[in-house]
Design a protein around this ligand. Structure first.
Ligand code: HEM
Length: 185
């Protein structure tokens, strides 16, 4: 995955746990370089970072991926993609319906991008059904965090439930998204 992703993992760890923990995680993952945002790296680098973070921070990988997904929404805004984000929707539903177009736009600057396919429909109860399909196994918890991050961005907090499976090596997943009762002003 592009260095932008690895950089976001680095920032998430540094901000929450400090530089020393990041050094420990990077060493365990065999990373001895500064990531270049626009350069593609083997997926294994990212997976090794998540596994090392899980060990060093004594936290399940699933929780690391969820935290990472949530962090990604603000990280991309801070890295200059706020304008792009604002062009692709003003609600969680709109945004998730436009995700494939957003990634297609991102691919103009990241030609080797291999994004997931994401689609979303609203059911009669106002809940969202989100379908996620990736080339990579095990990243579904990242989507949970991403959708939570979008809920925060649009001040409509959400709860997610796995509809298909929560298997660690799954490449496709379906989620039910329920809007929390209390809306943040
Ligand atoms: C402007 C904002 C965004 C940018 C710049 C961006 C960019 C990227 C990049 C560079 C990757 C790594 C893929 C690769 O290197 O092949 C990625 C992966 C991913 N993106 Fe986005 N993205 C954005 C927003 C989102 C949002 C809002 C969601 C979901 C709601 C999302 C879902 C994902 C997922 C789940 C992956 C992991 C790859 C996989 O599942 O196979 N992205 N994105």
């Amino acid at each position: 995955m592009y260095g932008l992703v690895n950089k976001a993992v680095e920032q998430l760890v540094k901000v929450n746990f400090g530089d020393d923990k990041w050094q420990e995680i990077a060493k365990k993952a065999g990373v001895d370089q500064t990531f270049i945002m626009m350069k593609p790296y083997p997926d294994q680098v990212t997976f090794d970072l998540v596994a090392a973070a899980s060990e060093v921070l004594d936290t399940p990988s699933k929780d690391i991926l969820e935290a990472f997904g949530e962090h990604w929404i603000q990280f991309t805004v801070d890295e200059g993609y706020g304008k792009t984000m604002s062009l692709y929707g003003n609600s969680v539903l709109e945004f998730l319906q436009n995700m494939d177009s957003l990634h297609a736009q991102i691919r103009l600057s990241f030609p080797e991008l291999r994004p997931p396919k994401i689609s979303c429909e609203q059911n009669p109860n106002g809940q969202l059904v989100v379908c996620y399909q990736s080339e990579r196994a095990g990243l579904a918890p990242m989507l949970v965090g991403l959708v939570r991050g979008l809920g925060k961005r649009f001040s409509t907090p959400v709860e997610l439930e796995y509809l298909v499976s929560a298997e660690a090596d799954s490449t496709s997943e379906k989620f039910l998204v329920t809007f929390s009762q209390r809306q943040v002003a």
